[in-house]
Design a protein around this ligand. Structure first.
Ligand code: ATR
Length: 256
């Protein structure tokens, strides 16, 4: 049998967690498969993507191509269309598993509380969609650029009641909420968010994979913390299910 090829289409080149973990997993389940980083310069995307779609059994798509990929596929799921973002492909169909990753990583928490979401980018959309699917019907949203928060509020009209607060008020608002969700990449380079956590918070969810200053501060205050690795982990499971390769016991053996 030919080797099964998988990859992540991205730009610029990144060290991806997917590359490391999926290759380990393929060894673990003993199949002849490889997962590789596929770096495409934006100028070459339209010219190269068709061949890639034909030559790979399964793909992940990341920044900056999650939206640009749509027109090259036969179809996309409703959630991918709603979020205007595809991150997984199989047999010409585009899926969004980011929101499922978030959904499963927070599903066991009590979310019947006051929630503050920080950010209004691509990751935020997937997170708001996940919160909506879990049944959360209202949140407070703060973003540095106010207009982007307004756009999200419009998109989620009828799904989640979004109260937008000004960026400058973040340190006041945070004292009135129970759950804080950072959907920005702030902290990735060890930088601090412009906020001070209050030990009354019951949960900090931070999309950043690394052990950031924010997460450390939360831990020192005894606040439960979930970090971005969990979101990645559950979206990876969803990808493997789409590619018909998920073996729960073997996947659990892999250390993130
Ligand atoms: P992604 O798709 O990873 O979510 P994005 O769409 O570029 O990336 O969104 C990045 C988010 O991080 C945005 O909410 C952005 O705020 P702006 O809309 O004001 O740009 C936020 N962000 C990035 N750098 C920031 C910073 N230094 N301070 C505050 N917010 C920041």
């Amino acid at each position: 049998m030919n080797i099964l090829r998988f990859g992540i289409v991205q730009y610029p080149k990144k060290l991806s967690m997917s590359e490391r973990i999926f290759n380990k997993y393929f060894q673990e389940i003993n199949i002849d498969a490889v997962y590789e980083g596929i770096n495409i310069n934006p100028n070459d995307f339209d010219f190269k993507i068709k061949d890639i779609l034909n030559n790979y059994y399964g793909l992940n798509i990341t920044v900056p191509y999650k939206e640009r990929i749509f027109k090259y596929l036969d179809s996309a799921t409703d959630s991918a269309i709603f979020l205007s973002a595809i991150n997984t492909i199989h047999k010409g169909i585009g899926y969004n598993t980011d929101w499922v990753g978030f959904y499963n990583s927070i599903l066991n928490e009590n979310l019947n509380k006051n929630i503050l979401v920080f950010g209004a980018g691509g990751a935020t959309k997937a997170i708001l969609y996940g919160l909506h699917k879990i049944g959360v019907d209202k949140i407070i949203l703060i973003n540095r650029t106010y207009e982007r928060a307004v756009e999200l509020k419009k998109l989620f009209d009828k799904k989640i009641k979004i109260k937008i607060e000004k960026y400058e008020k973040i340190n006041t608002i945070i004292n009135d909420v129970d759950i804080f969700i950072n959907t920005t990449s702030l902290g990735m380079f060890n930088e601090r968010l412009p906020i001070k956590l209050n030990k009354k918070l019951s949960l900090l969810y931070d999309v950043v994979y690394f052990h950031t200053p924010l997460q450390k501060e939360a831990e020192s205050l005894g606040i439960k913390t979930i970090n971005g690795k969990m979101m990645w982990y559950y979206q990876a499971i969803e990808n493997l299910k789409i590619w018909n390769l998920f073996d729960e016991e073997k996947f659990f053996k892999i250390k993130l």
